[in-house]
Design a protein around this ligand. Structure first.
Ligand code: ATP
Length: 678
């Protein structure tokens, strides 16, 4: 079972980790991880390691986890590890008594300062009197000191600290130490993997508080297929924990971490309460950034409609600025976090002022209202900060915003004005709104914040219904300097806020995606279906065809029923009834399943737009060109206008339709490659 950590590795963890974690133990684990690319094996190794630490050296667990992901503190505190290359060269040179140039040349040769440090160490006898046996706690503390040292002689101080550590390093320790300092551990350990292993380790710990039994036993029959990692690993944990338990533990730990991305809080809570109760202490907190919810890309409006059929959904402008998660803490402070949970408060002093205006205005309104709505004490608001032209009162493109300075901005120096466009509220007056529907979150957003011209707005929204309305809204959004639309479910379980998820409940529609098929078609009206309900007395739907210039036939392409005003329908009825024929022309190519009630002579040409094209067993356009016996059809077609200036022979040809279909496929393929990034 190659996916399970070999027993000798587990044994080694047991030997190395006693009442504290030596740095050697961590580095030994790193070596095991670096030696494989198999995620399941990595999880297994890590689970064993963490479990040993939990049971024997729990006080070192936080530091171990931070060193695994190569960070020194929660991301949002912004303390970066990466130390400049030249400084590292200097430290290695001094520690090993070799010239800097020599070290540099070696690094060029081997491509890894870690490797060079390790090899240099082994040729150099350890300095006399230097304490051996580095501890994880010491390494972590020193790395923090290095990262926080600044000022005049900081360079020398840093070099000295690194030298000190290097002097105590043995074997692979020097390598990983240097890589940590560089800010790149390069062992292929993803944070999600660390969280999974952490969860598994805690579950095992709580099932077997004694260590001797080795709950993780290798089951010889376990298959090594790259199946679901949680499922596969559990097969190798014999008779201890049910796969569902492990899986749900991993989900819990990840979910809790997304709401409160701080190991400083999460790990003590896990140690104290275990996985089952961790959420009672680890909750969404104003002042700690939540991992933002992300959107799923779509290629066409038709995809949106396919996904959201049967749901109520809303379209919002997708503003092209910078995501801003705005926090109001109970003590009155305001904090601004970026998409990546970076603290941007210092970059946006003006934004804080504007936010205050919006809150004050709402509080004032609410105080005046009879229902007695409580004033705002704390909140987390999800918004986009957008460059704003105060004179023209309009949104400016992202390029303008990106010219703003990033650090320590003084309000009076700000040249690029910013307007907040709020689109979500995830925490209010001490209460998490994550599990509320968007409809409810939005209701509270509108209640507790107020529009302030040019300072604070709500994302422009439309409760959408059909392609046409969405298309129009999309065009508007582009005209208003936005990127396109965000389409979101409004009600029920599928409309909650999902931190860090690229959710299918949020779809983004960008203009670029639509363009590939945005060309309109000119099609011939060959038939109609009588209208019902409001459309009684006129035609309710029409059968359209394109023109095959080789065979001189009209090939049906779709049925159309949207895009018409009432007046349109009446005039179409009047015009078309003059062209009624009793049976289809011999040069009409159609399928019996799509036969209209009334046939027309080919006289009238309409301009039509559609969401996309698809292969259809029912329609005949371009039959034989893309598929041997199926035609191409338009999905979600809508009427644009009459083309009086075109004769039926000038209509879009079957060849053109086939080409459009092929182009769309190319676009789709390109988009799918893009999607792989996610
Ligand atoms: P990109 O911004 O390039 O589309 P992304 O990965 O940063 O990609 P997405 O999930 O694709 O983010 O899109 C969501 C982003 O769009 C948010 O992070 C936010 O900054 C921005 N945005 C603008 N308007 C809205 C809105 N009304 N609702 C949600 N997000 C919005």
């Amino acid at each position: 079972a190659a996916m399970a950590a070999p027993p000798e590795v587990v044994q080694r963890f047991t030997e190395l980790v006693q009442t504290e974690v030596p740095y050697a133990a961590l580095c030994y684990m790193f070596e095991q991880v670096e030696a494989t690319t198999k995620r399941l094996l990595i999880i297994d190794i890590l689970t064993h390691f963490f479990r040993r630490v939990i049971t024997h050296a729990p006080q070192d667990l936080v530091q171990c986890v931070y060193l695994c992901i190569n960070r020194l503190c929660p991301e949002y505190e912004g303390l970066e590890l990466g130390v400049g290359e030249s400084l590292l060269f200097k430290a290695v040179a001094e520690a090993t008594g070799r010239p800097v140039a020599k070290v540099k040349a070696d690094v060029t040769l081997r491509g890894d300062i870690g490797q060079v440090a390790m090899l240099s160490r082994s040729t150099q006898r350890t300095m006399l009197g230097v304490q051996r046996g580095l501890k994880v706690a010491t390494v972590f503390k020193t790395l923090r000191q290095i990262a926080t040292t600044s000022g005049q002689s900081s360079m020398k101080l840093k070099v000295d600290k690194i030298k000190g550590l290097l002097a105590s390093c043995q074997g692979a320790e020097a390598k990983y130490l240097m890589r940590s300092l560089e800010g790149k551990l390069r062992i292929g350990l993803a944070e999600q993997t660390v969280l999974t292993a952490l969860a598994y380790a805690f579950v095992l710990h709580h099932h077997h508080s004694t260590d001797g039994d080795l709950a993780l036993k290798v089951e010889a029959s376990g298959s090594d297929s790259d199946a679901d990692p949680d499922e596969t690993i559990s097969r190798r944990i014999t008779g201890v924990v049910a796969p569902e338990t492990l899986q749900s533990a991993a989900e819990t730990v990840k979910a809790v971490y997304n709401e409160l991305p701080s190991y400083d809080v999460l790990i003590p809570a896990l140690l104290k309460r275990g996985v089952d109760h961790v959420h009672e202490v680890c909750k969404l907190t104003a002042g700690i950034p939540v991992k933002p919810m992300l959107a799923h890309p779509t290629k066409a409006i038709s995809e949106v409609l396919d996904r959201f059929e049967g749901h109520t959904f809303t379209c919002e402008y997708k503003y092209d600025g910078e995501r801003a998660q705005l926090h109001r803490l109970p003590d009155g402070r305001t904090m601004v976090f970026s998409r990546n949970s970076e603290d941007m408060t210092a970059k946006y002093p003006d934004l804080v002022v504007k936010l205050n205006h919006a809150v004050a205005a709402a509080n004032q309104q609410n105080a005046a209202a009879t229902e007695g709505i409580a004033p705002t004490t704390s909140f987390i608001l999800d918004a986009e900060a957008v460059a704003w032209d105060s004179a023209e009162r309009k949104i400016l493109p992202f390029q303008v915003l990106s010219t703003r300075k990033r650090k320590d901005v003084r309000e009076e120096d700000i040249t690029v004005k910013v307007c907040i466009f709020a689109f979500d509220l995830i925490y209010l007056n001490g209460r998490s709104l994550l599990r509320e529907s968007l409809a409810e979150r939005r209701r509270l957003l509108y209640q507790y914040f107020a529009h302030v011209d040019g300072e604070f707005s709500f994302a422009k929204a439309l409760v959408a219904t059909d392609v046409e309305a969405i298309q129009t809204f999309l065009d508007e959004s582009i005209r208003d300097n936005c990127e396109g639309l965000m389409v979101k479910t409004l009600d029920g379980d599928e409309a909650t806020y999902e931190p860090s998820r690229r959710s299918r409940n949020w779809l983004k529609v960008k203009k670029d995606y639509i363009n590939g098929i945005g060309d309109s078609l000119d099609l011939v009206v060959v038939g109609a279906y009588p209208g019902r309900g409001k459309r009684t007395g006129v035609y309710g739907g029409f059968l359209l065809a394109c023109y095959n210039s080789d065979s001189e036939q009209y090939e049906t392409i779709c049925k159309i029923g949207t895009g018409f005003s009432e007046a349109d329908l009446e005039s179409h009825h009047d015009q078309l009834k003059q062209h009624i024929i009793s049976k289809p022309r011999s040069y009409y190519d159609y399928a019996e399943s799509a036969e209209p009630e009334v046939w027309f002579d080919p006289k009238v040409v309409w301009e039509v737009k559609a969401a996309d094209l698809s292969i259809s067993p029912v329609y005949r356009a371009g039959v034989g060109k893309v598929d041997s016996n199926k035609g191409i059809s338009l999905r979600f077609p809508r009427f644009i206008r009459i083309r009086d200036d075109k004769s039926p022979e000038d209509a879009t040809t079957s060849d053109q339709v086939a080409q459009m279909y092929r182009d769309q496929k190319l676009h789709t393929a390109a988009d799918e490659r893009l999607d792989d990034d996610y």
